[in-house]
Every structure is written in C-alpha cells, then in structure tokens.
Design a protein. Structure first.
Length: 161
C-alpha cells in the first residue's frame, strides 16, 4: 500500500531538507511522536538508527509506550531520504515491511515536500488495510504541521533549534 502527500513550504529547499533530515526534530512536527531516542552514535546518515516514542496512553511506568525503531536506509540529495521500520513488536507487528520516503523539490514558492509511506501488511492483519488507507490524511496533517513549524520560525532559529 502506497500513500503519498505533499505540501509547499515557503522556505529554501536546503533549509527544509536540513530540518527534515534531523531525526531529533521529528517530535516537533509529527503529532504522534513525543520524543526521539538515538540508537546509533555519530553522523546521521545512511545506516543511522533511532526510535520514536508515542505520546503516553494509560499506564506505562517505563515510558516506552508506542516505541518504533527505524533505520535511515538512504540519503540522496536528489531523491531525498528513505527511512525503514526495523521493529517488529507493538504496532510494527502489523507490517511485513514499511518505509517512508521524503523528497524536497525547489518550487517558485520555496520547497515542495513529498512524503510517501509504503507498507506491506502481514496477511493476518489484512483487515486493517481500509484503516491504513485513511492514514493518508494523517500524513497530510503532519506535513501541514511541518509547514507551520518551518514557516513560523526565522531561518536562524531553525538552525539553532
């Protein structure tokens, strides 16, 4: 299942790419993420691994609710960034594979950000496909949140944020 959305952000593409390519910033624009933890050390390039944690729901004394693990599979200045899901527990158990591709293109207004989510649902969870289809609107809402975050700050503040 492939879902894709895009948004135009009134910022230079290199500013948008730098912000979007920093996993520590995910919680600032992805409404479902409360924080990010790095599993890798060193430069954030291909092979870099990180976890996202969802906003807590109910009791979770360890603060680990909704943990999902990812690996940056590819970073390309032309084709963007591909991030693959590496965890298999929690909500990740529904997917045989899942990846997100982000691409930033220069447009007259600034930058157009494309986000595509490509999921292969495990056979036993196939009934979830219609629900997952509606995640396209959630992707669009997150891109709109990214737009608000980037357009609401000066370029200097983004570099230091």
């Amino acid at each position: 299942m492939l879902l894709e959305s895009s948004v135009i952000i009134h910022r230079p593409p290199e500013v948008v790419s730098a912000y979007l390519g920093d996993p520590s910033k995910v919680a600032e624009w992805d409404r479902g993420v409360s924080r990010t933890e790095f599993r890798s050390t060193g430069e954030q390039g291909a092979g870099f691994e990180f976890d996202t944690l969802a906003h807590p729901r109910g009791k979770d004394e360890r603060g680990e609710w909704g943990r999902m693990s990812y690996r940056i599979r590819e970073i390309d200045p032309v084709h963007g960034c591909t991030v693959e899901l590496t965890s298999r527990s929690g909500n990740a158990r529904f997917f045989k594979s899942a990846e997100w591709r982000f691409r930033v293109e220069a447009v007259a207004e600034g930058a157009q950000v494309f986000c595509s989510a490509d999921f292969v649902v495990r056979r036993r969870y196939f009934l979830l496909v219609p629900i997952l289809f509606f995640m396209k609107s959630a992707i669009q809402r997150d891109l709109e949140s990214l737009k608000q975050k980037l357009e609401g700050q000066s370029s200097e503040n983004l570099a230091s944020a």
